[in-house]
Structures are given as C-alpha cells and as structure tokens.
Design a protein around this ligand. Structure first.
Ligand code: EPU
Length: 340
C-alpha cells in the first residue's frame, strides 16, 4: 500500500480549491479497501471518501486519509420479463457516471437518458440521489454494496434502506459512516420515457413520440445542460449550489400574490417547490462576482470559482445570497454540496 502525503486536491474537486489531503490513496478493489481501512483504523486516521469531487466545497486541508476509488467496471445481467426487457446494471463506484449512462445508451437500453452529463462518479450518485429532468437515481435504483468504515464489514442496502429523498439519502445524513463500492441499477423498457420537464419538453417539441429513442433524449439533455451549466473543466463549479426550497401551499400563494411570475412546481396537495435559480436571478444576482467567486451568468443556481479563491470566500458569498433571498422572499435556501 502506497500512501501519498500532503496530496494536492486541486485537480480532484471541480470547484478547484487548493487544499491538501494529509494522506491519500487510490483503491481499486474491495480487498484492498478492507486492507486500507484496517490500516487507517490502526493509525487512528479519520477517513474521507472522495468521489468525482463534483459536489464538495473544500474549506480546509483534510486530516487523516482521503481515499479515491479507481475501479471502473460495468456488468449487465439480463432480467427480461414477459412483456419487457430489463437489465441489472452493476457498476463499480469509481465509474464515471456519464460514461455509465452513455454505455447503456450505446446498447440501446432506456432508463438513464435523463441523467446524462451529470458530473461525478457512480459511487457518489446515491449519496445525493442525483436527479435531473424529471428522473432521479432512486427511480432506477436496485441496491448497493458499501463498507462500514468503523467495523470494516460489508453491507447491502436496498432501495428503502437508502432512505432516498430530494438530493438526500441515508448516506448524506450519516456522512463518513459507509463507503459505497458498487451500485446496482434496474433499467429497461418497462417505464415510459420521461419528457415532461419544461425545458426538455420544449426541446423535443418537434419530435414525434414514435421517433423518441434513449440516445435522442440523452443528446437533447446534454445540449440543454451544456447551454446552462458550466463545464467544470472550463469554469470551476459544483453544479446547483442550493436546493430548490419546498414551501407550503399557503406560503406559495402569499408569494405569488406579491410576485405573480415566481417559478414553482407543485409537489403534492400541500407543498410547492420553488426554483431557487429564479429567486436568485430575480434579485439581480445572476452573473455577479465577489473577487474570485461568483454566480454563473447563465444559471443563477450555480456558483463558480474563477481561480485563486478559497472555499471560505465561496461560502461567504453564498451566505450573502441566502440573506438577500431571505430578505426579499422570506425563504431560506440550503446548500446542496457537502462542506468539508
Ligand atoms: N431560472 C431562472 N434563472 C436562473 C436559473 C433558473 O429564471 O438563473 C428558472 C428557469 O428558467 C426555470 C427554473 O428556474 O424556469 C428552473 O431552472 P432549471 O430548469 O435550470 O432547473 P433548476 O431547478 O435550477 C434543477 C436541479 C439541477 C437539474 C435541473 C434539471 C436542483 C437543486 N437542481 O435545477 O441539478 O439539472 O433541475 O432537472 O434540484 C445539480 O443538482 O447539481 C443540478 C444541476
């Protein structure tokens, strides 16, 4: 086992903040992970599992051991049923998420097209229950395998054990307890295409229903994302920086009286989800900047790092934005990425 010391994490977090890992190792198998965890526990090193680094804000150097899972394997098992063909797709945690989506597309298997081009690794996908254009991971999830870091024992989590919610899961709420090493998805033609999300619906307006294919939807989602969301390789960011806040129907109606063009999506009879990007945009903060950090000019829900800044500076600006939204609308925004 070769541990690196004082490893720079600049290239390993998509916000590009220059923090160090006290110790660092890349792990490519379950057995190696057991050995590494045994060593870390013996040394009393706290352990931090790094995925694609696309949903974290580093505000300090990370003490103890940072582990990156490097294995990228995909396996399909035919689970066809009488009236549908289905596959169980097993992917190791280190697999790039978009690579997994495109691999299933290239085999013509529907299911993951709406989740195209989401940055990050497959192991991180269940942590925040990634979602886009009307589909979230939970809708295609079967189970996952994870190592309990304290006891070094393996566990299997099914859908209900993961306690998925909107950008939320058991693992997000119990951060640092488990390391996810592989994910099982169930995909196939048993579910209809999901094309109802406003921007996707509009982009597919000219396409007849019988012309729709997973690849066409995936390509369309990629185009929409590329037009609104910055590529971390060009401009450092961590995707949506705030959750879309969910408010009661009554709060929504009061807001709508004052601001008739507010963008919102009904959740159920009692709750409404507000578009946080719209709230931030409407108070003129889209495209603004505080030194090295700022708000993306095409999507106000995305905070960006122009280089040479720190996680603390980003959080300070995020607090200003939250205060401005609270002041104008009385709504509290919560941050989506994990603050480290
Ligand atoms: N809007 C504005 N101004 C802005 C940004 C948005 O007016 O600056 C309006 C849009 O015009 C639209 C509404 O707000 O009417 C929603 O915008 P959009 O469709 O871009 O989606 P979002 O709610 O801002 C969410 C997810 C994204 C996901 C998209 C598409 C969250 C926190 N974010 O964004 O997820 O890709 O929907 O499904 O739920 C991520 O989690 O990192 C992420 C990018």
């Amino acid at each position: 086992m070769q541990f690196e010391s004082n490893k720079s994490l600049t290239q390993l977090n998509t916000l590009g903040f220059s923090q160090l890992a006290e110790h660092y190792i890349e792990v490519d198998s379950d057995d190696m992970l057991n050995e590494v965890i045994e060593h870390a526990n013996r040394q009393d090193w706290p352990v931090f599992i790094l995925g694609g680094g696309s949903n974290i804000v580093l505000t300090k150097d990370i003490p103890g051991l940072v582990i990156k899972l490097s294995s990228e394997t995909l396996a399909y098992e035919n689970r066809a049923e009488e009236n549908s063909w289905k596959f169980r797709l097993t992917a190791s945690a280190g697999t790039n998420w978009h690579r997994l989506v495109r691999d299933s597309m290239s085999r013509g298997i529907p299911g993951l097209e709406n989740l195209s081009l989401i940055p990050g690794s497959t192991g991180a996908a269940p942590i925040q229950n990634i979602g886009a254009y009307g589909v979230e991971l939970a809708d295609r999830f079967e189970s996952l395998r994870a190592l309990h870091l304290k006891t070094n024992e393996w566990h299997t989590f099914d859908l209900s054990a993961c306690e998925f919610g909107y950008r939320d899961s058991y693992f997000k709420r119990h951060s640092g307890e488990f390391c996810v090493t592989s994910v099982n998805l169930m995909i196939g033609n048993d579910k209809p295409f999901e094309t109802g999300y406003a921007s996707l619906k509009q982009a597919l307006e000219q396409v007849d229903a019988d012309q729709l294919t997973p690849v066409l939807i995936s390509d369309t989602v990629c185009k929409i994302r590329q037009s609104k969301l910055p590529d971390p390789a060009q401009l450092c960011n961590a995707g949506s920086f705030f959750h879309n806040p969910v408010v009661s129907q009554q709060v929504y109606e009061e807001l709508k009286l004052k601001t008739p063009n507010i963008v919102a999506y009904p959740q159920d009879e009692e709750r409404v989800k507000l578009a946080a990007g719209w709230l931030i945009d409407s108070i003129g903060l889209r495209g603004t900047r505080r030194g090295a950090v700022g708000v993306y000019d095409k999507q106000a829900l995305v905070m960006v790092h122009h280089g040479g800044g720190t996680g603390e500076q980003l959080l300070a600006y995020a607090d200003e934005i939250r205060a401005a939204v609270k002041d104008k609308y009385g709504v509290t925004l919560t941050m989506e990425p994990m603050i480290v």
